[in-house]
Design a protein around this ligand. Structure first.
Ligand SMILES: Cc1cc2nc3c(=O)[nH]c(=O)nc-3n(C[C@H](O)[C@H](O)[C@H](O)COP(=O)(O)O)c2cc1C
Length: 212
């Protein structure tokens, strides 16, 4: 049975379009998979700490199996987030575009789950670091919303999209390659175009929920 971890990154609550679209998908998925387990992780409205010096020292400690207790404590939240990710077969990330990238809560979450020895490894080959992804078998849906338009594949602003495209790169680094993006565009333009974009996104999400 598939399990879904839904990560919500918008700082907005009821006014959030990514939150609303993701919930449309999640409800349809839950109806199609009544036994399926769903977990929600809030990173947009709760405070997720940024990576700190203590975190870096602990995460890259040369002998992870002998980490001092204080270092283990510095990694406790990260350990929890990694275990949560690994404990689900499916991932839904609701991530609006903020300044051509993702909101800082999503960035912080990624910084916590890209972990040496847990989700990727480094191999030394003739002194040159090679990276080995450790996560397998996950499927990801990214639900995004953008104030402007043309950020999708082939769009005039595609090169300025460092949001879902960056997420693909970071997830691919740890081994998650099966990623689908559903976007609504034009929230800051005339409302009819955005409503049409949302309706199209919603149709895609309802269809995807049947096979996710
Ligand atoms: C801080 C901030 C930065 C934003 N930066 C961009 C941007 O770079 N490009 C864009 O098209 N829209 C941008 N927007 C608009 C959001 O992408 C848009 O409002 C989206 O619907 C927000 O998602 P949400 O409704 O789930 O919060 C920005 C909004 C905020 C609040």
């Amino acid at each position: 049975m598939n399990t879904v971890l839904a990560v919500h990154g918008s700082p907005r609550g009821e006014r959030s379009h990514t939150r609303r679209l993701a919930e449309v998908f999640l409800q349809a998925w839950q109806t199609a998979n009544p036994q399926g387990h769903l977990t929600r992780r809030e990173v947009g409205r709760g405070h997720l700490p940024h990576v700190s010096e203590a975190f870096i020292a602990a995460a890259f400690y040369p002998q992870p199996e002998a980490r001092p207790l204080s270092m283990q404590a510095d990694l406790a939240l990260s350990d929890e987030l990694v275990a949560e990710l690994l404990g689900h077969s499916r991932l839904v990330i609701a991530a609006p575009m903020h300044n051509f990238s993702v909101p800082s809560g999503i960035k912080a979450w990624v910084d916590h789950i890209v972990r040496l020895g847990l989700t990727f490894n480094t191999l030394q080959d003739s002194g040159v670091a090679q990276y080995q992804p450790l996560v397998q078998g996950k499927k990801v849906l990214i639900v995004t919303s953008r104030g402007g338009g043309g950020f999708g594949p082939g769009g005039e602003h595609e090169a300025m999209n460092h949001a879902d495209r960056w997420l693909r790169t970071a997830l691919g680094f740890i081994g998650i390659e099966n990623v689908t993006v559903v976007a609504a565009e034009g929230e800051e333009s005339e409302s009819e175009g955005f409503q049409r974009s949302c309706a199209e996104a919603q149709q895609r999400l309802l269809a995807l929920a049947q096979t996710f």
